[in-house]
Design a protein around this ligand. Structure first.
Ligand SMILES: [Zn+2]
Length: 65
């Protein structure tokens, strides 16, 4: 089972681990490609690196939160 968002993908095991984490790696910023540590319910957080792109919790974009 694969989970994908844009050009990112996560294995089932990675997603399962995220569900139990209190902080996890966000989706990649569409502007600069960096990821940040975010809370599981993070949605539309401004990228800390470029201040332009938005990042989200993978659990949000995968519809698991
Ligand atoms: Zn960025």
């Amino acid at each position: 089972m694969e989970f994908t968002y844009r050009d990112q993908e996560w294995s089932y095991d990675e997603v399962e681990a995220m569900v139990y984490d209190s902080v996890l790696d966000s989706t990649e910023c569409p502007k600069c490609g960096s990821t940040q540590r975010v809370e599981p319910d993070a949605s539309n957080y401004t990228c800390h690196d470029c201040g332009k792109g938005k990042v989200h919790s993978p659990l949000i974009v995968l519809g698991l939160m």
